[in-house]
Design a protein. Structure first.
Length: 94
């Protein structure tokens, strides 16, 4: 995946977003939310990686029209705490 520049000027991985779940949910609850959203056509992508200690997942949304559209879709799902681009970080050289 490449890097894209977002409307706010920050850079992010193209076709990827990070979705975090409400803290009170179990891993089973999180999977059920994703499976239900996918069955209902609300989930615009597939899980690439799970971050179990932070209740978050990395989602491949490369098949959607835009990262912003995918984020908006996830923010409407009950149990989702946040959805955001997979921002890149640049470390300054000394």
């Amino acid at each position: 995946m490449g890097i894209i520049k977002l409307s706010d000027g920050r850079e992010a991985a193209a076709g990827e977003i990070i979705v975090g779940f409400n803290e009170n949910l179990s891993a089973v609850d999180e999977r059920m939310i994703l499976e239900t959203a996918q069955k209902n056509g609300v989930l615009p992508g597939t899980v690439k990686k799970e971050f179990p200690h932070t209740s978050a997942v990395l989602i491949d949304v490369s098949q959607t029209d835009s990262i912003e559209q995918a984020i908006a879709a996830f923010e409407k799902i009950n149990g989702v705490r946040y959805a955001e681009p997979n921002y890149t970080i640049k470390i300054p050289e000394n």
